[in-house]
Design a protein around this ligand. Structure first.
Ligand code: DX5
Ligand code: ZN
Length: 219
């Protein structure tokens, strides 16, 4: 069942020179999840932060830490991000040879497990994992950078996953990530998404704007 819409601002678009203050500000502006994009310069053509930064930020917010791992290999690092305080750990099927094993590792660490689907990745990749996972992340841009344009065909993928999730009878978050603004947020929710990741649209204008930015995303 589609759950109430939750906002997951991506701190990729925050001011990295004051990340702790940025997390506090977006938390008090009404964020539901804090979305953390971890990139390794190998799986995606950009480098961001590692588990020690997640650990430092953990003290700045009690909201759900939604950690999106764009790293390969990934299995080696699951326990570090779990110990750092992630609540949800999301991985890409292409990041390792055995997705089911990776999901098992995340669950064994006591965390919720998510699977991210790139624009070219079919929904069938999660079909046989639907009893095991807690979140499906539809990438509506190619992973690696904030500020890219929403890929419209992502809406069909969201619709297909909404059917798959509803048929499972399980509470699985259907999250969309990339190019989300007030307009694409509405389209994604209409298609069945219930968690919206937004970097640029959440952090534009600085802390004084965050509450308004999030209000506009909620529609
Ligand atoms: C891209 C990241 C996104 C990114 C979204 O690889 O996964 O979370 O921060 O940024 P916007 O909302 O600016 O498209
Ligand atoms: Zn992300």
């Amino acid at each position: 069942m589609q759950q109430s819409v939750r906002l997951a601002p991506s701190i990729l678009s925050a001011d990295f020179a004051q990340l702790g203050a940025e997390v506090r500000a977006i938390d008090s502006a009404g964020a539901d999840y804090i979305h953390v994009d971890v990139m390794d310069g190998h799986f995606v053509p950009n480098i961001t932060i590692g588990s020690s930064v997640v650990k430092s930020l953990r003290g700045c917010s009690r909201k759900v830490f939604d950690v999106h791992l764009m790293i390969s290999p990934v299995d080696l690092f699951i326990s570090d991000f779990a110990a750092a305080g992630a609540d949800i750990i999301t991985v890409h099927p292409e990041a390792g040879p055995h997705l089911h094993r990776t999901v098992q590792l995340i669950k064994a660490s006591g965390k919720k497990a998510g699977v991210a689907l790139n624009p070219a990745s079919p929904v069938s990749l999660v079909e046989n994992l639907i009893s095991d996972i807690d979140l499906v992340l539809v990438m509506s841009v190619n992973p690696g950078f904030g500020g890219q344009a929403f890929i419209p065909s992502s809406l069909d993928k969201i619709r297909a996953l909404r059917k798959m999730i509803d048929a499972s009878g399980r509470n699985i978050d259907l999250e969309v990530d990339g190019g989300i603004d007030a307009n694409t947020a509405r389209q994604a929710v209409e298609a069945g998404a219930d968690v919206l990741v937004a970097g640029t649209a959440s952090f534009k204008g600085g802390p004084g704007q965050y509450a308004l930015n999030l209000k506009q995303l909620r529609g």
